[in-house]
Design a protein around this ligand. Structure first.
Ligand code: CU
Length: 118
């Protein structure tokens, strides 16, 4: 019995880690092209950044819109750090160096996202 349980755990672990950074969300642009392009906006709702893996041009301004009923932050080590009140928004300017910027909410560290800079 014990052996079976351990084996099940070993099987489950890689699944968890494989799930985390997946979300193949890039390249899909909502049909908004005729008017204002849906700018670089990340919505915060239900303790999640949506999308949590935005891809933008390096140096772009990214807007965080907090639709939750509590404050959140978007904090990326030395890159940016904003706190966003409920219903408010905040903008950050990304680095001009291509790469990936990981950020989180310091109030709810389980909230994580990344911005890929092209
Ligand atoms: Cu938060």
């Amino acid at each position: 019995m014990r052996h079976m349980f351990a084996a099940a755990l070993l099987l489950a672990l890689p699944l968890f880690s494989a799930c985390a950074p997946a979300a193949p969300n890039s390249g899909t642009n909502p049909g908004n092209s005729a008017t204002t392009p849906a700018a670089n906006t990340i919505t915060i709702k239900d303790f999640k950044y949506v999308p949590d893996n935005l891809t933008v041009k390096a140096g772009s301004v990214v807007t965080f819109v907090n639709q939750d009923t509590m404050a959140h932050t978007a904090t990326a080590a030395t890159v940016f750090n904003v706190s966003i009140a409920p219903g408010a928004s905040a903008t950050v300017t990304t680095s001009t160096t291509p790469g990936t910027v990981d950020y989180l909410c310091t109030l709810h560290p389980a909230m994580k996202g990344s911005i890929k800079l092209n």
